[in-house]
Ligand binder design. Sequence first.
Ligand code: SF4
Length: 377
Amino acid sequence: MPFCRHHCGYCDFAVVAGQDGRAESYLDALARELAALDSPRPVDTIFIGGGTPTHLPAPLLGRLLGLLRQWLPLAPGGEWSIESTPDSLGDDTVAVLKAGGVTRVSIGVQSFQDRLLAALDRRHHAADIAPAVERVRAAIPNVSLDLIFGVPGQSPADWVGDLSRAIALEPSHLSCYGLTYEPGTPLTKERNAGQVTPVIDEAEREMFVTADRMLGAAGYEHYEVSNYARPGFHCRHNATYWANEPYFGFGLGAARYLDGRRESNTRRLDEYIARLAAGRSAVVQSEQLDAADRARETMSVQMRRAAGIAKDEFADRTGQDFDAMFGPALKELVGLGLMTDEAGRVRFTLDGWCVADSALENLWAASLPAGPTMPAS
Ligand code: SF4
């Protein structure tokens, strides 16, 4: 759901702020897109992201959940996640989520310090967080918190404070993302103009290692580069992405991966609504991946997991030999202590996870010297 209370300065998602009056038309369009399925498709997991789906007024949120129940019925024992913010989880919203069938709520906390929330251009306050977590947990026990490190003005000690307060709230799952400067965002423009000073790489690395250490000591398994879970609480939906398995996607800017084809919808709200009102598809990009491209993508998403990649499973899934595609670059990364290659399984070391994006680019590039660059993950 693309609607947010405010467009945060670091965010490059397909979102709109100050256009809440269009939410009903958007849901009409989404209903048309879902109806193109012709018949309901049972699924094991659903993830409603955005945007801030819980920013919708309760009646519209209820309509959204009803549409999904109608077209994408959740299998028994399935996982249904929704993204939210601490300031969009009032009693009425939480009641709609519970009644609608949501089983897991992810809350974009980002920091417990108002100074850092201001640096991120967020609209909620630290005081909003604990009451929101408690309200949700009373209805839906499976709660995940998102935190951001590497925020301008954030010291390693600030990060320890944020992690401590997150642990004290006892979520079942935590996602810890390093702040990224996406092209064209207000934050990136401020950095380029010298108005914002990024945290230095060494401090950011220290924060990543601190999260691994503190969350590990608190009983959270570091199961993906940015994700930690109590036993039994891995995000099953994201595991589908990381395994590079097929998935549907609906809504503004949504991506889907079916039968080896990647498609994505328009990111422009006007166009999305107009296309569906005219009975047209919202898809603006479509690419059929060949076997080698699928293998490269599989490598780039699976490698981010703590489990890494078993070479025999990779061969079974992709029809490609891992060493033949990535061998020389892999050897180099192993030599640098960034990866291990033991007993037929390849994975990142903690040092390697700190530089996962550039290491994956090296692997990708080595497999296709004159080919396309690796897509953002
Ligand atoms: S609330 Fe989340 S999705 Fe919305 S603008 Fe801020 S960061 Fe982006």
